[in-house]
Design a protein. Sequence first.
Length: 444
Amino acid sequence: MAINRINNTGQNRNVQVDQTAVSSDIRSDISLLSNIIVTARVTDIVLNENHPYFKKVGEYNGIGAILYEFVNQSGTNTDTNDNPNFALPYDPQLKTYPLINEYVLLIKIPNNQTGALSSATSYFYLNPVNIWNHPHHDAYPNPITQALNSSEGTNDYATSTEFSGSVRRVGDDNEYFPDSELNSKKNESQFTFVEKANIHPLMPFMGDVLLEGRHGQSLRFGSTARAPQSAPSVAINNNWSTTGSNGDPITIIRNGQPTDSTDEGWVPITEDLNRDLSSIYLTSTQQLNQFTLANNIFNSYGNSKPTIPSQYTSPQILLNSNNIVINSKQDNIFLNSKSSISLSSVRSVNVDSPQTVIQSNEIFLGDINAPQRGVLGDNLYTNLMDVINTLITLTSVLKVTQIWPGGLPVTDGGMAVTADDTLSQLNQVKDKLKNILSTSVKLK
């Protein structure tokens, strides 16, 4: 084998290379690489202090440590030793903890003992290998171990064209249940993963960046994805691409798929704004025309009703769930708008606070066109007290009014009785008038 190269003088020189030596070097490099990067099946994982190997993996410094066996290499199960070999997560910030029987890539690199021993290395594992191309789980149990344990029951993993190549644990009665092949058998507190047939992967669109959890959670960094006008029949529908231009950004955070999702968990789906358990949509130009408000009544706006969220085509943030709580642990919550703030409810709007202040140039109660004006209570009280005091003075004078029936002055008996009754009633009204003023509501 010859390689033509140009030397510093610009002249060609023919370099002869020993092909045998090159092949030997390549084989050596491949052999070295095969010891550095290997595929392993997870046999156990330490997630808390209840695991029997908690101290062996370094206590809390070993949280997330897996025990493993090399794929297609018998007798390499590190879970059988008193001092098992283990691997820690490779990424310190972003971690996907594998299930039992999932595949991971192990990388042998320097560990935290290199300061004392320069050659000290350990295996660290990357995220589970996507062998089933499904976010729920990607387990593939050891077929030899499965065969040896087949007498424990008739449960088995089903992989067929019926499931489009996906793997699911099928029980005797075709039900799906917490699976001992996916959970740690050494730590009951870790026996929590339930395999579900109705967990669907997300349907991707061109250029999407997707982050999917195992239980129907997802984060989509996507965009408007409209089919070409020349071929509308090939469109893959979603709930955000009826308006805007392809490439307009959208971010969708979703926690939980619809509870009535089909058991065809291998079929991808898109987010459903109304049926997903909880969602946050951050839009740019998209119209979320499938979104349904709990209450669509905006009578308080009169004839100037706002654009409802399902018709809005400018940037907006939409939160949708069964219950939404915004809580400030220490300071304030600010709700500010350049247009209006709408509070709408099917049942009631409740305000509970030691002090409630509403400062506005105009306040309409009952209707936006309410014609009657409010009364200033203290002013009304003062004016009424003036009127009552005047009436009391007048009635007191009338009480002693005299008449001259025979030329001599005598008290007018009828007037005195009427005046007495009137004075009594006026004093009662005066006493009750003190209670007309609210102790909690004040008007300006």
